[in-house]
Design a protein around this ligand. Structure first.
Ligand code: PLP
Length: 402
């Protein structure tokens, strides 16, 4: 076998893609599968956004763009950031990348190496840990607890910081839990971080406007005291139903301490993807500046489904589910069923035709939970809940008679 560096053997996966592949294979065999595994909106990208990309292509705008992104796209991000956070950033700190993930990739590569610690949420998006391990840094999980509403705890996070800590990864609203960390907790965290000026922060805010019940997301950008070491990850994938367009942005530190990071991510882009495809960047401007009525309608649909999912799950034996405040995921506690989470997820897919993800795919603290994405129709959600209920009832009977 041809030798590669060991780092590649440490790369992990996103099991949601494996579940999607298995669900698709079962569907192709003629099985009726309800997919609550997938982390992408089931809505179409709004028409005016699609038209902007087509127009760009027709106008011949399909060449290379600057590695950091088109000025027009970066300025659109500046306007959007001002509208959602009240903070005015410079377009010179904005980077356009092919999706949200490349910001994670760049930031973790910049700080990870053997001997360094990187803190990340557990349960959390699986690529954080995978990339930390790739760099040889030590992944240090920050527990995200149900009893804390799946918000991160400032106290617990700060207690894990050591002189070896290089980067702290935060995510709110969160995948896979739907947790939204309240502003008061973030204020506490920022205050505590003053004592640890050597720690950079990567705040993954890709679900920033996807909140419910009047809950608002507090961006880390609103804290000028950490702006010189803060990287904010965001993008078009979720808000405008644009996952396949591969469009993300990030806001990089300003000031003497952190401004040099921007040039580093620019160089990484030059060495890897050169630039994001031009028509998508024009579409990105249209998404930000155009009408938001379809986005609002999508959020109203998610809200209705969220209530349906939570209500339905809480009626099932052995399952309890707190109401998620953001994103489009529910993270029910299934420990009362007596099933290990991954086994239950797999049995539900193979035997009941419902695709969802076992909590341990998001970290060790995910045991006892499952992630359900409610990016599916109300009708399908009801069918899935019925199937899960029937499966658990049949299974309990089996145990009774055993
Ligand atoms: N961050 C979080 C928390 C996510 O859930 C996702 C996608 O599921 C991403 C980043 C990646 O987004 P993208 O598809 O734009 O790379």
């Amino acid at each position: 076998m041809i030798h590669t560096i060991p780092a590649f053997d440490r790369l992990g996966e996103e099991n949601a893609f494996a579940v999607l592949a298995r669900a698709t294979a079962l569907s192709e065999q003629g099985r009726d599968i309800v997919n609550l595994g997938i982390g992408q909106p089931d809505f179409r990208t709004p028409g005016h956004i699609v038209e902007a990309a087509i127009k760009a292509l027709r106008d011949g705008r399909h060449g290379y763009t600057p590695a950091t992104g088109l000025q027009a796209t970066r300025e659109a991000v500046v306007r959007r950031t001002l509208a959602t956070t009240g903070v005015e950033v410079s377009p010179d700190n904005v980077m356009i990348l092919p999706g949200g993930k490349p910001t994670m990739f760049a930031a973790i590569l910049m700080f990870g190496e053997p001997g360094a610690d990187i803190l990340y949420p557990d349960p959390g998006f699986p690529i954080y840990r995978s990339m930390i391990e790739f760099t040889g840094a030590r992944p240090v999980p920050v527990p995200i607890r149900e009893e804390h509403g799946f918000a991160f705890s400032a106290e617990e996070t700060l207690a894990l910081i050591t002189p070896a800590t290089r980067l702290l990864i935060l995510n709110s609203p969160a995948n896979p839990t739907g947790g939204v960390t309240p502003r008061t907790e973030i204020e506490k965290l920022v205050k505590g971080l003053e004592k640890h000026p050597h720690v950079a922060i990567l705040s993954d805010e890709i679900y920033d406007v996807m909140t419910y019940d009047g809950e608002t997301h507090a961006s880390l950008l609103q804290f000028p005291e950490i702006r010189d070491r803060l990287i904010v990850l965001n993008g078009w994938s979720k808000t405008w139903a644009m996952t396949g367009w591969r469009m993300g942005w990030s806001i990089w530190p300003n000031g003497e301490k952190g401004a040099h990071l921007y040039d580093k991510v620019r160089k990484l882009a030059v060495n890897c993807w050169s630039c994001v495809n031009a028509p998508s960047q024009y579409a990105g401007v249209a998404a930000i500046d155009g009408p938001q009525d379809e986005v609002e309608a999508m959020m109203r649909a998610f809200d209705r489904r969220r209530k349906l999912v939570v209500e339905g799950l809480n009626e099932l034996p052995g399952i309890s589910c707190i109401t998620p405040k953001g994103a489009f995921y529910a993270f029910p506690n299934i420990s009362g069923t007596g099933w290990p989470a991954k086994k239950l997820a797999s049995a539900l897919l193979e035997e009941a035709g419902v695709a969802l993800i076992g909590g341990p795919d998001f970290g060790v603290l995910g045991e006892g939970y499952m992630r359900l994405s409610y990016a599916n129709s109300e009708e399908n959600i009801l069918r899935a809940l019925e199937r899960i209920g029937n499966f658990l009832a049949a299974n309990a009977k089996k145990e009774d008679t055993a």
